[in-house]
Design a protein around this ligand. Structure first.
Ligand SMILES: *[C@@H]1O[C@H](CO)[C@@H](O)[C@H](O)[C@H]1NC(C)=O
Ligand SMILES: *[C@@H]1O[C@H](CO)[C@@H](O)[C@H](O)[C@H]1NC(C)=O
Ligand SMILES: *[C@@H]1O[C@H](CO)[C@@H](O)[C@H](O)[C@H]1NC(C)=O
Ligand SMILES: *[C@@H]1O[C@H](CO)[C@@H](O)[C@H](O)[C@H]1NC(C)=O
Ligand SMILES: *[C@@H]1O[C@H](CO)[C@@H](O)[C@H](O)[C@H]1NC(C)=O
Length: 253
């Protein structure tokens, strides 16, 4: 008895079920892109109008929840493209391109892939954050991602898929292009407590989302070993689930 109390005092983290990634206000990250249909209501439950402006999904363990909203919902970041590193040779664009996004979605944790960072280890790019940009988007030029047709002998210009970027946390009110459109701010109405999308989260308890998982309990891992051998299918299902869950919340039935 005495012994186990000592153990708990020395290793209090043993009783924690989840450790979210605590990230600094600026640093390096990887950036990918994904298809988010215009007007779609993603995991945070931000208004569909938010998709008319640059948005991104953040990897689950930094997002701060495995389902619905998390503390990163609504936060705005300046993302600056640095280089590609999967291409041969790596590509260092001659122009510096940045974009300011609002986090509206969750990129599910997987064992491999770009959203697999946990508090104990980074993704394959060596970073703890992956911003998955909703792209193409009516708010972002189709030629946003630079390339070099000559260097990579590729027409149309090669989509590198994964970028090394720097990120910087910024205030949405003075930076995000959607801030001037009130319909693009906040969450969809009448969904009880399953949505949370602050217009301008500043990290205070009264303007930052809690973790839906921590509040509602993280579902147990019910994956069977037979199913996990079909990882590609599972990863796809994870995405579909992430996209469908917010829809289920807004379903009137
Ligand atoms: C993520 O996946 C990469 C391989 O794609 C692996 O090298 C890395 O260790 C994984 N990270 C974690 C935290 O599992
Ligand atoms: C990303 O860029 C930083 C700064 O130039 C560099 O230190 C880091 O090695 C780069 N990472 C990758 C995966 O290219
Ligand atoms: C493309 O790459 C070639 C070879 O490295 C270089 O000479 C040229 O300036 C590059 N063009 C652009 C637009 O970056
Ligand atoms: C939220 O909390 C911050 C810091 O505690 C405080 O400055 C601010 O006035 C609060 N906002 C509201 C609307 O209560
Ligand atoms: C869930 O369980 C499966 C099967 O035991 C395992 O392969 C997978 O790594 C587990 N996933 C997590 C996130 O622990």
């Amino acid at each position: 008895m005495f012994f186990s109390i000592i153990i708990l005092l020395i290793f209090p983290h043993f009783v924690c079920a989840t450790k979210w990634i605590e990230y600094t206000d600026s640093g390096f990250a990887t950036m990918t892109h994904y298809t988010l249909p215009q007007d779609y209501i993603a995991s945070c439950g931000c208004t569909g109008q938010s998709t008319h402006f640059p948005t991104a999904a953040l990897n689950q363990m930094a997002f701060g929840s495995s389902t619905a909203y998390g503390p990163s919902c609504g936060r705005c970041f300046r993302l600056t493209l640095l280089n590609t590193f999967l291409s041969d040779p790596p590509f260092y664009p001659s122009v510096t391109k940045s974009i300011i996004v609002k986090v509206t979605d969750l990129c599910p944790l997987s064992t491999t892939g770009w959203c697999n960072a946990t508090a104990s280890g980074p993704n394959a790019g060596g970073t703890y954050l992956n911003f998955d940009l909703a792209f193409p988007s009516s708010s972002i030029p189709d030629n946003f991602f630079p390339s070099n047709v000559t260097l990579y002998d590729c027409t149309p210009a090669q989509d590198f898929g994964v970028w090394n970027i720097s990120y910087q946390s910024v205030s949405c009110s003075s930076h995000w292009s959607g801030f001037k459109d009130t319909a693009a701010l906040g969450s969809v109405p009448d969904l009880g407590d399953s949505v949370c999308c602050p217009a301008n989260p500043m990290g205070n308890a009264n303007d930052t989302c809690p973790s839906f998982s921590d509040q509602s309990g993280i579902p147990p891992n019910t994956t069977t070993s037979a199913a996990s051998s079909r990882l590609g299918v599972l990863t796809l299902l994870g995405w579909v689930t992430a996209l469908l869950i917010p829809l289920m919340y807004i379903s009137p039935f």
